[in-house]
Design a protein around this ligand. Structure first.
Ligand code: ZN
Length: 258
């Protein structure tokens, strides 16, 4: 099977497509067109990118800067830790814009005397769904730096970055978003009502966008243990970070100026 996949060419420019097992939407590395592998033809969803700005030349000082910042970290973190691996990934992300309206009824019991509650919870979402099935990327916590968004073009890509195609198509992304938004509304209402007797959630999808974002996946070692750090490839902000527990002495030391 992989040999057959390797021979696919871009329907737009004829260039060879780099296809990995599991890919559903393949972006041409020459012209930036998207190809739907299931049907072998062009994929027309609007495609944007947040261009990566932190290249190989800037990542080391960015990591050191992050390590040296903030008093909750061990004071010697920047000095004593060692970066084990670092990889810039360009990740596929769907953004599903939807209106979610839940009609609910139930009983509030926590105040003692049970009281009936009913109403409507209506919200507008730009729900993010990662196009990769197995990734440590924290999609829910991630804030897309939308100010930098531009139409997808291959010239926005950085040399040495790992470009990832989407493993899911639009339909699957929308289905996943709907399921998550539905669960999110249930979660919100369970904070308001103790026993939900009726919950009817209607989801109106307005549009879906396909976007590539970037993140540095870093692992570093400190006092014999390995920690993960994920930094935004466009802004350098930390998206997720494992921080070694500061020893009491170290923490007080940095609090009081060491
Ligand atoms: Zn092409």
């Amino acid at each position: 099977m992989p040999e057959i996949l390797q021979k696919l060419n871009c329907p737009d420019c004829g260039g060879p497509l780099k296809v990995q097992a599991g890919d559903a939407i393949v972006t041409c590395g020459y012209c930036g067109s998207d190809v739907n592998l299931a049907v072998g033809s062009k994929y027309f969803l609007k495609h944007s990118i947040i261009p990566p700005k932190i290249g190989l030349g800037a990542i080391d000082s960015l990591i050191r800067g992050w390590m040296a910042r903030g008093f909750l970290k061990p004071g010697d973190l920047a000095k004593k830790s060692k970066v084990i691996s670092k990889e810039l990934q360009i990740l596929p992300l769907f953004i599903v814009h939807a209106n979610v309206k839940s009609e609910y009824a139930g009983t509030l019991t926590r105040a003692g005397q049970p009281t009936e509650r009913s109403g409507v919870l209506e919200k507008e979402y730009y729900w993010k769904v990662l196009g990769r099935r197995a990734s440590a990327f924290p999609t829910r916590e991630y804030t897309v730096p939308l100010a930098a968004k531009t139409d997808f073009n291959v010239s926005a890509l950085v040399e040495g970055a790992k470009f990832l195609n989407s493993e899911i198509g639009e339909e699957e992304a929308v289905a996943a978003a709907k399921q998550e938004m539905d669960a999110h509304h249930r979660f919100l209402l369970e904070k308001e009502v103790d026993v939900i007797s009726k919950l009817d959630t209607k989801i109106g999808v307005r549009d879906t966008e396909f976007l590539h974002v970037s993140a540095w996946f870093v692992t570093y070692q400190y006092q014999g243990k390995v920690y993960n750090l994920i930094l935004d490839g466009a802004t350098g902000e930390d998206i997720a970070a494992e921080i070694p527990q500061a020893e009491k002495k170290g923490l007080l030391g940095s609090l009081f100026g060491g």
